[in-house]
Write a protein that binds this ligand. Structure first.
Ligand code: FDA
Length: 506
């Protein structure tokens, strides 16, 4: 095919002919490295010399995205799309496919408008259009700044990009009441592999299904999303309850596994484990005077008291959960700070059967070891558990008690051996307690250890994709692969863990 041999010069000429040259950064540009680093969160995946893009296109509108796709198709140069740059394996900024490949980055950071309530049915059914390059913090701020009773359910860290996050699910503090971010997406604008710009009606329901959780970088470049907003009380209650193992934290945690996913949906309690200390990080959609008696009845083991309560707006609670500072200004959510100071490695699991107390005692032994990292446990249940698994690509629904995220970090330039070997061995040990056949994982906590595609005859193979794909998507993987075959049969949008095309047999 015409695309088999990359023609880098022809590609760049094509870009220069169709996109303002000030938006194109080639490797020789003096600020190329700065632009490449601008949103990378984890220097472990910052591209070395070999894995760098030919150029970065900082698209300022959808026509630039369309031009980049058409130039890439015509000249055999693949694209990596980047919204917030937070991919844990850096797949939006680098290519580590064996043998290397010529590729360019289409960076959407400048496509970041949020239009709240541009709809005829507003304010009865509030909605917003948000461009992919907006951060979650910018979305939350725009939604709630002028109306403290509006919110959007998505992730915690405000610098995450909307584009990647909504492509993979979006779990956060409001999900037990309102579901994942993708459960609240009602329309989208996508540039497909032919460079056409399509809305929901134009792309059809199969593709619209796939882009809401099937993982980023698979089906096209989503330039904007229409989301439905949710109603929250003007005053919510945030609180962190901390307990050490010596103070009986294991008993609280053992009980949390039963109540965390079954409490009324107005309360969400996630758990952060670091060393021998647990933090029960909580959001109640209501007042302190109501949550204290509720928890003393339903979860007395937590020992939550009125003095733990911090009453604030929902937007302030977002800034608080990010900063741990109850007085953090909501404007802090607009700060696009990133840093290259800390390396991280992340993995994930889903727990469907509560882990007994004696087993937690063994598990805590791991947190006294050299290189030990941390865990974040996110309760499911509530609304997120009532959505049927086939309704969106995110399959971890009924029966899931909670998600585990494993995180290790070490200083930039430091030796990560202790941390990476700890997370690998600990993850192996945890296998006995978590979901199996398949051992499920969350695509937004991208982990290349669980498998990478093989490319044969210039197309990613279905069998290599199944290895990791059924762990992220379970029974939805096959349908994602069939959608891929229908919309991107040449496998133009591909990466180390992209959905491979599944062609009809016979
Ligand atoms: P990035 O730009 O790196 O994109 C990620 C992937 O999507 C790449 O494959 C990319 O090519 C593709 N992509 C990006 N934009 C696209 C577009 N417009 N169209 C199509 N494909 C696109 N998750 C969660 O659910 N809840 C949480 O609370 C957190 N917390 C958290 C904290 C921190 C510090 C980090 C680093 C990450 C998280 N995450 C998370 C995970 C986060 O949801 C995940 O990394 C997202 O994919 C990041 O989206 P970005 O746009 O920032 O990433």
């Amino acid at each position: 095919s015409a695309a088999a041999t990359p023609d880098s010069d022809g590609f760049l000429q094509c870009l220069w002919g169709n996109i303002p040259s000030g938006l194109i950064y080639t490797q020789g540009a003096s600020n190329f490295t700065d632009v490449l680093a601008s949103s990378v969160r984890n220097p472990r995946v910052f591209p070395g010399d070999t894995a760098r893009p030919l150029c970065i296109v900082t698209a300022a509108d959808a026509t630039h995205v369309q031009a980049a796709v058409r130039c890439g198709r015509a000249h055999g140069v693949r694209l990596r799309v980047r919204s917030g740059g937070h991919d844990y394996e850096g797949l939006s900024s680098r290519s580590v496919l064996p043998g290397g490949e010529a590729f360019a980055v289409v960076d959407l950071a400048a496509l970041r408008a949020v239009a709240v309530g541009s709809d005829a049915v507003w304010p009865l059914a509030p909605t917003a259009w948000v461009e992919s390059g907006a951060t979650l913090g910018e979305l939350y701020y725009a939604v709630a700044k002028n109306n403290s009773e509006l919110a959007f359910p998505a992730g915690i860290c405000p610098t995450i990009g909307v584009g990647g996050h909504l492509s993979g699910g979006g779990i956060g503090m409001l999900m037990r009441k309102f579901g994942l971010a993708v459960d609240n997406v009602v329309d989208a604008r996508l540039v497909n592999a032919d460079g056409d710009l399509l809305d929901r009606a134009g792309m059809g329901e199969d593709l619209f299904w796939a882009i809401r959780g099937g993982g980023g970088g698979n089906f096209g470049i989503v330039v904007a999303w229409k989301v439905s907003l949710v109603k929250v009380p003007s005053t919510v209650t945030a609180f962190n309850v901390m307990r050490t193992v010596d103070q009986g934290a294991i008993d609280v945690l053992t009980r949390w596994q039963e109540v965390g996913p079954t409490l009324p949906v107005d309360i969400n309690i996630r758990v952060i484990v670091m060393g021998q200390q647990l933090t029960f990080q909580s959001l109640y959609l209501g007042k302190c005077a109501d949550v204290v008696p509720m928890l003393s009845t339903l979860f007395p083991e937590l020992g939550m008291r009125s003095s733990d309560c911090l009453e604030m707006t929902w937007l302030q609670s977002v800034a608080f959960f990010d900063s741990w500072n109850p007085n953090a200004p909501v404007e802090s959510l607009l700060n696009r700070r990133t840093g290259l100071s800390t390396f991280t490695k992340n993995k994930s699991d889903y727990v469907k059967q509560a882990i007994p107390k004696e087993e937690w005692q063994k598990i805590f032994g791991w947190f006294a070891m050299n290189g030990a990292g941390m865990l974040i446990l996110e309760p499911h249940g509530g609304f997120v558990g009532t959505v049927p698994a086939p309704a969106t690509p995110y399959p971890h629904r009924t029966g899931v008690l909670y998600n585990i995220q494993y995180i290790v970090f070490w200083p930039s330039g430091g030796d990560g051996t202790a941390a990476t070997s700890w997370i690998g061995s600990f993850y192996d040990f945890m296998g006995q307690y978590v979901s199996n056949n398949p051992r499920e994982a969350y695509v937004n906590y991208r982990d290349l250890d669980i498998g990478q595609n093989e490319v044969v005859n210039d197309v990613s193979t279905f069998d290599s994709g199944r290895v990791w794909g059924e762990r992220y998507f379970a029974g939805n993987f096959r349908r994602l692969a069939a959608v891929k075959a229908a919309v991107d049969p040449t496998d133009f949008f591909r990466n180390e863990q992209s959905i491979p095309p599944l062609f009809q047999q016979g």
